[in-house]
Design a protein around this ligand. Structure first.
Ligand code: GTP
Length: 171
């Protein structure tokens, strides 16, 4: 498809602690691949995917901001213009869940007031090691008017569904 041939373009940012699977969620959605030993995200990277919804072509630009503390200062500009923020945690990591408030505060500070937030509990293939209850995350999402999905970037569970639910909110 020609670069210019799209009806909408949306910028999405991904936030969440390092290691929750941001890079792999993105790769699974954009390229349909999972890389077990993906290198750590450095600074900011973005990838683009165009999807069709209701006969419209929607170009999604997804920015992956490094979760590591030392990069946080340079990520601030990248919230600009984002219409969606994906707020990721790992269902096997309570600490990644406990960090969500920090990321919510960061979004409040830097993202547009109308940004649509989707809470995503990734690694749902590891349900045997789960430490974060789905019901707790659902309550957090309800309290904050966030959309919510549990996903597995590894097994491609709910990945397309989550992104398509977002696109339907936007188009
Ligand atoms: P940084 O780039 O280091 O900030 O981390 P990230 O959040 O981008 O995570 P990344 O995608 O690099 O994944 C971190 C680790 O979790 C890797 O070892 C992945 O293989 C693993 N991982 C990511 N998603 C899943 C998943 O859905 N299931 C399982 N079982 N492992 C996953």
């Amino acid at each position: 498809m020609d670069e210019a041939e799209f009806d909408y373009i949306f910028k999405i940012v991904i936030v969440g602690d390092s290691g929750v699977g941001r890079t792999n969620l993105l790769l699974q959605f954009v390229q349909g691949v999972f890389i077990p030993q993906s290198r750590s995200t450095i600074g900011v990277e973005f990838r683009v995917k165009t999807v069709e919804v209701n006969g419209k072509s929607v170009k999604i630009q997804i920015w992956d901001t490094a979760g590591q503390e030392r990069y946080r200062a340079i990520t601030k500009n990248y919230y600009r213009g984002a219409v969606v923020a994906l707020l990721l945690y790992d269902i096997t990591s309570s600490s990644s869940y406990n960090s969500l408030q920090k990321w919510i505060d960061e979004l409040k500070m830097h993202a547009d007031g109308n940004v649509i937030v989707m809470l995503i509990g990734n690694k749902c293939d590891l349900s045997g090691q789960r430490t974060v209850l789905e019901a707790d995350a659902q309550n957090l999402a309800n309290d904050n008017s966030f959309l919510f999905f549990e996903t597995s970037a590894k097994e491609a569970t709910n990945v397309k569904e989550a992104f398509m639910a977002l696109v339907r909110e936007l188009v």
